[in-house]
Design a protein around this ligand. Sequence first.
Ligand SMILES: [Zn+2]
Length: 362
Amino acid sequence: MPAFAPVGTQATVKTVSPHELEEVGAALILGNTYHLYLRPGSDTIAVLGGLHRFMSWPHPILTDSGGFQVFSLEGLREIDEDGVTFRSHIDGSQHRFTPESVIDIQESLGADIVMCFDECAPPDDRAYIERAMERTHRWAERCRQSQTRSDQALFGIVQGGIFPDLRAESARFLTGLDFPGYAIGGLSVGEPKEQMHAVLDIVTPLLPPDKPRYLMGVGSPEDLFEGVSRGIDLFDCVLPTRVARNGGLLTCQGRINIRNAGFAQDSAPIEDGCDCYTCRHFSRAYLRHLIKANEVFGLRLATVHNLRFVLRLMAEIRTSILDGTFARFKTDFLREYRTVPYEVREAQRARRGSNRKQQSGA
Ligand SMILES: [Zn+2]
């Protein structure tokens, strides 16, 4: 049954407490190996009883492998067959990740689901992608071998860019290593949606149906439906929390920007019928005021709503699967949900209105 994991990069989902995470229905959150290794240090977290106790989150945690962050450090990292040497984005100090050290760090952090160290490549450079994929496979074997804890589920990561034959090869190779779950990496990095869907159509049928399939870094409402349609069980994404802090709020009609002047005296909640704390207590006008005044409480209320929106949507998706009504739910939802932001739609509506007035000679 599909689930969504909010992102808690630095051992916190930005602006919200563990209690609020429980309230919005989060069952699993993601922590970042790269960030926690650098600060406060995985050894420190281990001394303090592991990530669950450190951040007071008694529910499941997933840590990524740090691969994506390290490879994003363009100019600050050097890759070789054995691992990656890189400089910290915080103080420039030099560090090294290998498949073995990344597993060791994740064992110190103590998450329930851990990831193999993978090499992320630019999305369309075929020769580079092929080399990176083959290295990712060798690193996956090393990660598997270096694992010492039996209470952590280690997921392999399917790579191969946008190339169907490479994706298929990667899925076949990794399933041969018999991981307890599989992630699909290197997507939603700027490629057209159709390409992402095409990759999922190739990869998911090749993965064992009884093991979880995790689509990394994807989680806009429309992507959740498209991923679930193609057999994805787990998503993580910074989108709902990141856009919230910029005043972008998710509703069934699409994303609205609460900074918009049209909300200045709007006494309605962000969304009628939303059961989140924000919508039960506050108006759009109040939230707009807080966000415009840069008040911390505004960031928190906006984050609570967006997380609740996505997590409730996932719950409704699960119910629709059980009821056998998922296809209809998807069609109905996507008909209403606009990817065009509210202010653009408002401007279009105003333009249409004035055109009509001109045509009628008003
Ligand atoms: Zn709400």
